[in-house]
Design a protein around this ligand. Sequence first.
Ligand code: URA
Length: 235
Amino acid sequence: MERIDKILASQGLGSRRDVHKLIKQKAVTVDGEIVLKPELKIDPEKSEIRVNGNTLSVKKYIYIMMNKPAGVLSASNDEREKTVIDILPPELRRKNLFPAGRLDKDTEGLTIITDDGDFAHKILSPKNHVYKRYYAELDSELSEDMISAFKEGVVFNDGTKCLPAALEIRDKHSAYVEICEGKYHQVKKMFAVFGLKVKYLKRLSIGGLELDSNLHIGESRELTNLEKRTIFIGK
Ligand code: URA
C-alpha cells in the first residue's frame, strides 16, 4: 500500500505540490471515488486510478531512449551544466532517473535513461557482453592492422587492457566500433593508442537496440517492452 500522492508524483504528474493541487481540484479518482486526501493509501496494482477521467497505468520503472545532443552531460544533475535529465520532456520526468552508461559531453546518440538500477547494471556489466556500437570520424588515416589489434584487446599507455572490440573501417577517416565495456573515454583512448584523434563520435546501438532514426537530436521517447528485450538479444 502506498500513498496516492506519492504514486501520482512517481508517474510524472508533477511534484507532490502539483499532485496535491490535482487532488484539491477533485481531478483524481480511485475505483470511481473522488480522492479527498493526499495521504490515502492504496494498492496501485489492484485499484483503478483516474486523473481527469483518464486511467493511469502505474509503472514501477520507466525506460527511455534519448538521442543525446553534444554539449549535454550524461549525468543526473550538475550545478553548472545541462544534463540529459534536464532536457527530458516533462511527461517523461520522474525522480531518481539516471543515464545507463555515460557518453562524453561531446558524444551524440543513443542513451538509455531509467530509474531501474538492476536493468542499467545488466546493460553495463562487461560480463553480459552487451555490445555498444559507435560511429567515429578520425583526424587521420585508419589502417587495416588496427582491426586485429582491436580484436585482441587494445592496451592503453598506462597498461590497461581492453576487452576484444570490433573495428569496421568505413573509409580512410571513419569507422564503426563495437565495445562491450565502458571505460572512461574508451573509444577515444583506443584510437589514441594508434595516434588518431576522434573528431566526432555517435552511439548507434546498444545490444540489438538501434537508435530510432525518427528521434531528432535531443528528443526522447519511452522504450517498448520488445525494445527492452532486444538490448539483450544482440544483433
Ligand atoms: N567512448 C568514448 O571515448 N566516449 C564516449 O562518449 C563513449 C565511448
